[in-house]
Design a protein. Structure first.
Length: 283
């Protein structure tokens, strides 16, 4: 187990700087596996719905409309649901921060619950024969919501990590960094680019492998294959809990925030700083 460390100030949640944790380095790859598997399973089993590459649904929807084909409600709902869930996740993270609770593990738990819910809806009550039913649409939106949470938590709690669901951006970043390694003139820039390329390459590989395994599972067991991304999400949560990962919050908490949320901890914070005296010490 990886030992955790306090903030430099001695206050706030016990955290481990993201760049020093092996579990945190592996976590984006696990999340990429999750995104790749849920994306391909939704596409094959839920009427062409893309849960991770969400804007691709607009292309599919437009193609259906132009061709005069029937388009599922899930395609039309996916983008607004994704945006709403991003906002909800950000508000949840902000609330957790106000309570001095690191956001990584709660958000990973939320993602797992959404994916487990999608699995339960899909397999409960028999197979889905009509993909335009409310049941199929609801299951698809749970998957979309899970990917919204994952996209948000990478931005909020795993800062410095590559995207785990947007492979166009990752591929661009990977090729640019390879170019910097091969053609760059600054050794320090080359080292930074090589480190970024390694992280991004792992994320791309994870997504591709997740797509392959997810497609194979869907071909064999149908929508029961959603157990794969749900299991991967659970594994990510277990990794974060076992390694005591709190996310990229290794910065000192501001004295103002401490005063507003916990005056006693604010006094301890002041007393721990050189040349300062707590209010208790003045009385």
């Amino acid at each position: 187990m990886i030992d955790d460390a306090r903030h430099p100030s001695g206050a706030g949640p016990r955290t481990l700087p993201i760049e020093q944790s092996l579990a945190a380095k592996l976590l984006p790859t696990v999340l990429s596996l999750t995104a790749g598997s849920v994306d391909v399973i939704g596409f094959l089993g839920l009427g062409g719905l893309l849960s991770a590459h969400i804007t691709g649904n607009l292309v599919i929807l437009a193609a259906h409309i132009v061709a005069g084909d029937e388009a599922s409600l899930a395609l039309a709902l996916s983008v607004p649901i994704f945006i709403i869930m991003l906002a909800v996740t950000r508000l949840l993270a902000a609330g957790l921060e106000q309570m001095l609770v690191a956001s990584l593990r709660p958000l990973l738990l939320l993602q797992f619950l959404l994916l487990a819910g999608s699995l339960a809806v899909c397999v409960g009550g028999g197979p889905l024969h009509d993909l335009n039913t409310a049941k199929a649409t609801f299951a698809g939106m749970l998957g979309v919501s899970a990917m919204a949470v994952q996209n948000a938590l990478v931005q909020i709690s795993l800062k410095g990590s590559p995207s785990t669901a947007v492979m166009t951006t990752n591929t661009t970043r990977f090729v640019m960094d390879l170019g910097e390694v091969l053609l760059g003139r600054s050794p320090s820039d080359e080292m930074k680019a090589a480190a970024r390329a390694k992280r991004t390459g792992l994320a791309i590989t994870g997504f591709i492998v997740g797509c392959g395994i997810g497609a194979g599972c869907q071909a064999v067991v149908g929508l029961w294959s959603l157990a794969l991304p749900a299991g991967l999400a659970l594994a990510a949560l277990i990794m974060a809990v076992a390694a005591k990962l709190d996310g990229a919050q290794a910065h000192p908490l501001s004295p103002r925030l401490l005063v507003e949320t916990n005056p006693q901890r604010a006094d301890s914070y002041r007393a721990s700083r050189p040349g300062t005296t707590s209010n208790a010490g003045r009385s």
